[in-house]
Design a binder for this molecule. Sequence first.
Ligand SMILES: [Zn+2]
Length: 454
Amino acid sequence: MDMPATRFHNQAIETADRDALDAIIDGRVRSTVRYAFEHSPFYRSWFEDHGIDPASVKTHEDLLSLPIISGKTLRASQPPETGDFLFRSVGWEEVFTVHETSGTSGAPKAFFLTWQDWERYAEKYARIFLSQGFSRGDRVAICFPYGTNVGANTMTLAARGIGMTIIPQGGCRFPLRILERYHPTGIVGSVFRFLALARELSAAGVRPAESGVSRLVAGGESFAPESRAYVEEIWGCPVHNTYGSTEGTMCGECDRHLGLHVPEDFVHLDIYDPDLASFVPDRECGRIILSTLIGEGERCGTLLLNYDTEDSSSVISREPCACGRTHLRITNPTRDAETFRAGGAFFNRVDVERGVFQRENMEELSGEYEAFLSSGGRGEETVLRVSLEVLDPARIDREGIQGRFIRGFIGENPFLRKASDEGSLTFAFRFAEPGSLEISRLSGRPRRLLDRRA
Ligand SMILES: [Zn+2]
């Protein structure tokens, strides 16, 4: 009998009980804060300007009394705003790679990584891959850009310790030859990538479920449970979710799908209310505020304390997971830049996606969509205009799709129900021929829901 595959990368840490984990976290809060004061020009003046004695920050709870910084703070602390990069916390000779993160507005933010940062990032992905059931001998195609974004590169490094083979595809085309020649057992990409690939396979006469791919890893953007369920159905295998960023989040779902595990010894997350005035209790949704954690004597190129990620989530549980891991679990994060208001209701792109991916709709839709908000004729009215790509323009049940979309979009949300009943939110639909959506002509990761209200 074969030995069971190793399920952990660092079992002692990944399954540590809450007291042991808190002791590690608090030790790292102290060493990180000390490192920030000693090595980050930004944080040295930040502590001084706010009259904070770094030695007074002793536990993760003490972070809650410190100010919050944002992408704006990072942009204001780099050239041309300042003479040097104030967040760079090592000398240039220790900077291994330079990255830029775009965010939603403004100049790209510079981000510097040391080799130790790479090793920490890779360990986070190694834990995630193992928790998802990958092991030695797996062959994984990575369909994310190998550019200034760190995800694809650090996933590749993570494979080294596991004994996995990586097939780096980048963000562009994925020829079917890759599947035929190298028989990947897993693919890392976005939900829409998986859908497009499934369509190509089917067109070439291959059923995706018979392609040999046994796991898909989604990342890069949040998605609705409905779109995951549909991708799992057509690929005949599980889709595991990840959440990563150059700033060093990198949370991942284990194969139990009970939320994304936060690597608590590497990164500390607090959830704050939308005004960032106070933190919210577990299970309530709010902004993810991130702090880097490094151990005593470790080096870090760009560290962040109390950084507003502009993403929202909630803590599902701090209790041990069925997989044996004890690190806390969060819901699928959503981008606040993709959250909009109509009347008294808030909704996110993911809600639109839930409307699109209603199972019955998928008999007639490809899943590709684009949507925008416009001002209606009467005062406060917002119109959600949704364009849906159809499989066969000659055969569409327009009314059925529209009804299911609206029911799926509103779901159990009483505020959306009220906005829709009152007419402060209305809907308009367009059914687009295959390949005719604007979004199919845009490269990169185009935004699917835009606000064009006056
Ligand atoms: Zn788990």
